[in-house]
Write a protein that binds this ligand. Sequence first.
Ligand code: HEC
Length: 199
Amino acid sequence: MKTRYTLALTLSAAAVLSAAGYGWLKPAMAQQTEDWKPVWTEDGQLQLPTGYREWVYLGSPLTPNALNGGAAGFPEYHNVYVHPYVYAIYKETKVFPEGTILLKELQLTLEAEEEDGSRFEVSGRGFFPGPFNGIDIAVKDSSRFADSQNWGYFNFGHHAPPYAETAAAAPIEACASCHIDNADEDMVFTRFYAILGAD
Ligand code: HEC
């Protein structure tokens, strides 16, 4: 009885707050909107999504210069994000739905103090995240990208923000071919994103 009473109270409180337009109720509701889907221009370019730094953070592979002959292709942290709605579907089904966007923002390490690229901070010697430095995106769309196992790849610039607002799909040999040959599951390197396999 008591539980039912508490539940009724909670629900009516939520209804009142939501009617009053309280912002903190919005994230759950946002999951039902279409804002997770890719937006295309008339000539088939992908628009850079907004708000992606508030998406679910999957992980940050790091390939520093010092471990790659002094010149890594991508010496930054590779911070990978997915929209909360897509994350919820993946956790449930273990499949990336049509329209999935995986967004990788590059983030430079802070200036080196040692030859191996490391520096000292109060927590110890190591690599520490610095300025943002570029965006790469993968989109799952079986009608647009049937020739590259249903995924298209986009580069919005490899430099400090602001990034390009739109990008055309990169040629298959520039991006998709390496993912086809090496990725774990459905073109994605899921082995680096422990959160996807966690309970
Ligand atoms: C030589 C192989 C290779 C090429 C070429 C390549 N990638 Fe990747 N990509 C990887 C690897 C390995 C990872 C995961 C580890 C990492 O980021 O270091 C990754 C991760 C990603 C991710 C995060 C999601 C995922 O699949 O794990 C995106 C987005 C991405 N790449 C986009 C691109 C784009 C856009 C291009 C072309 C401009 C590109 N990649 C070219 C190997 C490659």
